[in-house]
Design a protein around this ligand. Structure first.
Ligand code: TPP
Length: 1021
């Protein structure tokens, strides 16, 4: 029964219980959530609303400033004023103003007219705010799981006795009321009888669509939504549109049926219960294409993924079906992934608009919602490369499960990126497949918010709840969502809003097809078993309405079934699974046709002196006229200039040179993270701030050359998971950009561990997708306490895939090939020059690998941690290992101890060696590239220092840092013939002590041990 009919009946019959209460309470799982309260503003109570002093108060406030009162009061007073009140009296006393109305009205009658109009205005607003509470959203009729209480809001006229709430009576139902300008229910009418007002409001807000939007601050946007849902007849579909919708529903439903028939015991996370998702997505894409969108980046979880691949992205069906074959062999392209995680990229003609459109469904891990920021980053990058600064050509769609959307924090982090200038994608359409259950858990114990979508309210996104059993309502809402995105990304307000669509549905099977849902939701599943399929219901309706015939319907079904059968037959010819056929971000020009690197060499990374000088000068100047910088910064720039004059560079300059030189070659550089513009340690200063003009800034790096690429440096929100995911997505779009994410301190990366584990470390193996993202992780034991000390090198090294026990063959291209074969590169550079080289190498390599750099803190300003321009001049390159170039290097055979180390501890060791005058006896070699392990260079050092004791020294605790990684590799290098001793801190639970003196004692102890040449005498290795 439609709400309107129900209401009409109630109003006329004067008293039957509200329609939605029928059957309530029979399903135990849906009990109200005790103590949950909604916080919508309450309208004036009857007593207050009817008090004339209240009206007067409002009137005086309005006279003072019309903004003092709500817009409905403003409209009302203006109405009254223009229709009667005049003269000084009328301007000062509302009762006088009201008395100025037609003479036939006594003051009491006029007062009643005012009150009743106010009541109707308030009523309209009540529906706009709270209509969704009583909307018929749940196909199962048990949705109260999503509501805070069974109690219907008291200000919605759902039964005749509730008119009294507003001081209205049954006799008022046929009185006409002037409509406020904040409603469109009138269509062409400015007045309507109360009965009709209520009927239309019920129709707009309490049917199969529940609209949550009144929290949006922008009046224009609220009006836009009201118009879309209130205009009479706006949701009508043409016969052609209905037939298209039916055809799409057939594909969606029959696809799931086909899989269920052929592979009844296989997991596939089917869409049964929400088949309408396919027409929904196709509508969004059609409407967006019509609005000019050329590329859509899609992220979604497991549920319905195969269906989306088949019927939205249009992956060949045989490619999907063959994945069910247990004998399908994997091509030699990484370890692969299960079929419901794989991605896809497809360029095709959109049938609705006959325009080209590119769809890419991003591969993702099981970790729900982790792909959200990645999708956003990729969409942003595509917008950037197309010069689509307003998101009119590229957009993203994100799908979610209800439980994950409410539960996963990365959803919130991603929402908070949505309006930041360097992260916005100008509107994402979110589609929540809300099947009212998460695995086996009910919403009432899975979230504290009434709706799973409440998280979207933080960015003022309108939320449309829609019943998935009403395909036309779903499609209409999707059209509105696409139009909303298109309408509001044209001006500044666009960035403030993102539409959200909740498709309220159910899940016909268990969490996967092997699960028994009735163990935990017995009554819900009893109801689901009784539920008629949406396809049948919709087909019956269209057949009944004469839109299609039964025969046409059956033919359409048979046609699609035949397509599936044929694809199934040809899928049997597929013997090998190529993951590259599932690639979501191909870089066709970067690789050969087979997806291989074009060479196995890396061009030299050294630089011309003039380029160095030019970058150095820009880095130490202010390129804009009349730009007042802070005196402290002037000092910093002066000392930079001094360094440049002397042909030297510190860490900040090394980075400047790397970025600047890549920009010169047309490579976009993007550095993102918390406080990266200045640099956590105040060393970078890539954005200068005018001290006299608010918000006037200058990025000298963008003033290097007229035809250079753009440099983006952006302070991010205080998020690691979201922002790192975003940058990873950005780096995915093109190989021609250096994309760097810097952690404030290295250890904070662990709140983004999912992105590191699921994408960065293993992405290429699972999805043959290269990514050159760079992680800058400040690291070093400097007495700052358990946090702020360690970037946890051990974690990255443990996930490095190079074999510790295999001594590789050193062919001519060993250095580059080793990089190609690894899953990521882990370095700890001890000099600015080497840092500069490794950044440049990252782009000059013929493939892309993630690069993890442990970056310094105190070394940023350490006078010894400097390089000369000569170290990055033409002919130089990244040093994977830096041998000892001091006195010990002259006669290595005399050296008694060879210490291998990496990073900052080198400077502690050289200082102590000098103090003890052991420069001839002890050689110190720096491992700059830790992984993949430079077996060739380490072996060279070991062989050169034949008599020396071998020591690995690190400042980190023994169970942390690099030791567990390097130990077996050293053993492989020395073929187990020479011991390699450990010097460093002992094992510990926390990465560093919080006590400064303990820190210094520990440092002294292990540095002493490093130079105690008899420490290991007589000890067993
Ligand atoms: C981060 C994360 N935690 C836990 C899981 C295990 N898990 C897989 S599906 C699922 C339930 C998801 O429910 P919902 O988001 O409503 O989607 P549905 O499966 O109902 O479509 C859970 C808990 C996961 N995949 N990812």
């Amino acid at each position: 029964m439609s709400p309107f009919r129900a209401l009409g009946g109630v109003l006329r019959a004067g008293g039957a219980g509200p329609w939605w209460r029928a059957g309530r309470g029979t399903l135990a799982r849906c009990g109200p959530h005790p103590g949950r309260a909604r916080s919508h503003e309450a309208p004036p109570t009857q007593a207050v609303a009817s008090s004339s002093s209240y009206v007067e108060d409002m009137y005086f406030a309005w006279l003072e400033d019309r903004n003092n009162v709500h817009e409905s009061w403003d409209a009302f007073f203006r109405n009254v004023q223009s229709s009667g009140g005049s003269g000084e009296e009328a301007q000062t006393r509302p009762s006088a103003l009201l008395q100025g109305r037609p003479a036939s009205h006594s003051p009491d009658v006029t007062q009643k007219v005012v009150e009743d109009h106010l009541a109707v205005h308030t009523l309209v607003r009540a529906y706009q705010i709270r209509g969704h509470h009583v909307a018929q959203l749940d196909p199962l009729g048990i949705l109260d799981a999503d509501l805070d209480s069974f109690v219907v809001p008291s200000d919605l006229i759902t039964a005749i006795d509730k008119l009294g709430f507003y001081g209205l009576h049954e006799s008022d139902l046929d009185r006409s009321f002037r409509l406020p300008h904040t409603t469109f229910i009138g269509g062409g009418e400015t007045t309507l009888p109360l009965r009709e007002v209520i009927r239309r409001l019920e129709d707009s807000y309490c049917g199969h669509v529940g609209v949550e939007f009144m929290f949006i601050n922008n009046v224009e946007q609220r009006q836009w939504i009201r118009r879309k849902f209130e205009t009479p007849g706006i949701m009508r579909f043409t016969a052609a549109e209905k037939r298209t919708l039916l055809a799409r529903l057939i594909r969606s439903t029959r696809f799931e049926d086909f899989l269920a028939r052929k592979w009844s015991s296989e997991k596939r996370f089917g869409l049964e219960g929400c088949e309408v998702l396919i027409p929904a997505l196709k509508t969004i894409i059609d409407s967006s294409s019509a609005a000019g969108i050329e590329s859509v980046i899609v992220g979604m979880p497991h549920r319905g993924r195969l269906n989306v691949l088949a019927n939205v992205i249009r992956k060949d069906l045989n490619q999907i079906f063959c994945q069910f074959d247990p004998k399908l062999e994997a091509a030699d392209e990484g370890s692969g992934d299960v079929k419901y995680h794989l991605g896809m990229y497809h360029e095709r003609i959109n049938r609705g608009t006959e325009k080209n459109i590119t769809l890419s469904l991003m591969a993702n891990p099981s970790h729900l919602e982790a792909v959200d920021p990645v999708v956003q980053g990729k969409a942003k990058a595509e917008q950037f490369y197309r010069g689509d600064s307003l998101g009119k050509k590229v957009m993203s769609i994100l799908m979610h499960g209800d439980a994950a959307f409410a539960g996963q924090g990365v959803v919130y982090e991603t929402f908070h990126l949505s309006e930041l200038p360097s992260y916005t994608t100008h509107g994402t359409i979110h589609v929540v497949v809300n099947n009212q259950i998460g695995f086996t858990t009910d919403p009432r114990v899975a979230r504290s918010s009434p709706y799973p979508t409440d998280v979207a309210r933080v960015v003022n996104a309108p939320i449309f709840h829609v019943n998935a059993d009403d395909p036309e309502a779903v499609v209409y809402v999707c059209r509105v969502a696409a139009e909303w995105r298109s309408a509001f990304n044209k001006d500044v307000v666009i960035d403030l809003v993102r539409p959200g669509t909740t498709v309220v549905c159910y899940r016909r099977s268990g969490h996967n097809e092997m699960d028994e849902p009735s163990f935990t939701q017995p009554l819900m599943y009893e109801q689901i078993r009784r539920q008629e399929h949406v396809l049948k219901k919709y087909a019956d309706k269209l057949i009944g309405d004469g839109v299609v015939t039964l025969q046409e319907f059956q033919e359409e079904v048979a046609k699609y079934d035949k397509i599936c059968e044929e694809a199934y037959a040809s899928s049997k010819d597929e013997k090998i699974s190529h993951i590259r056929h599932w690639l979501d971000s191909p870089w066709p020009e970067f690789f050969t046709e087979e997806g291989e690197p074009k060479t196995m060499t890396c061009p030299p990374t050294g630089l011309d002196k003039e380029v160095l000088q030019h970058i150095g000068q820009t880095a130490s100047s202010v390129p804009l006229e009349d730009f007042a910088i802070h005196p402290g910064l002037s000092r910093i720039l002066r000392s930079r200039a001094d360094l440049v004059r002397r042909g030297q560079m510190d860490w900040a300059l090394g980075e400047y040179v790397a970025f600047g030189s890549l920009l010169k070659d047309g490579v976009h550089v993007r550095l993102s993270g918390q406080d990266v513009e200045r640099g956590t340690f105040s060393h970078r200063h890539h954005v200068l701030h005018d001290q006299e003009v608010d918000k006037r800034t200058c990025v000298p790096m963008n003033h290097l050359w007229a035809d250079q690429a753009l440099y983006t440096v952006c302070n991010s929100s205080l998020s690691e998971y979201g922002v790192l995911g975003f940058e990873l997505g950005f780096a995915m779009a093109s190989p021609d950009a250096l994309v760097l994410w810097e952690a404030q301190f290295g250890d904070f990366h662990n709140t983004a561990q999912c992105i590191i584990d699921q994408f960065i470390s293993s992405g290429e193996a699972k999805w043959v997708r290269h990514n050159g993202i760079v992680l800058l992780l400040p690291h070093g034991m400097e007495g700052m306490g358990p946090e702020h000390s360690s970037a946890r090198p051990e974690r990255f090294l443990q996930m490095s895939k190079d074999d510790p026990d295999h001594f590789p063959e050193f062919g001519g291209d060993f250095e580059v090939r080793q990089l190609y074969e690894c899953n990521w590169i882990v370095v700890n550079c001890s000099t600015p020059a080497n840092y500069c080289h490794v950044l440049r190498r990252q782009i000059l390599l013929p493939f892309r690998k993630p690069l993890i750099i442990f970056t310094p803190k105190s070394l940023l300003r350490h006078p010894d941690a400097r390089s000369s321009f000569e170290d990055v001049a033409i002919g130089t390159k990244f040093k994977r290992l830096i041998p000892d170039e001091g006195p010990s290097g002259q006669s290595p055979e005399q050296v008694r101890r060879l210490i291998f180390c990496t990073g900052k501890v080198y400077y502690d060791l050289t200082k102590e060696r000098k103090r003890q005058n052991l420069e001839n006896d002890v050689a110190i070699v720096r491992l700059e590239q830790i992984s993949p392990f430079p077996f060739d260079l380490v072996r060279g050092e070991v062989e050169k220092h034949k008599r020396a004791e071998l020591v690995w020294c690190q400042e980190e605790h023994k169970n942390m840092g690099y030791y567990d990684y390097v130990r077996p590799r050293f053993t492989t290098v020395v073929a187990n013939e020479r011991p390699v001793w450990y010097v460093g801190r002992g094992p510990a639970a926390a990465p560093a002590t919080g006590n400064k003196s303990t820190h210094l004692n520990e440092l002294k102890k292990f540095v002493d041990a490093a130079f105690n040449l008899s420490a290991f005498k007589g000890r067993e290795a």
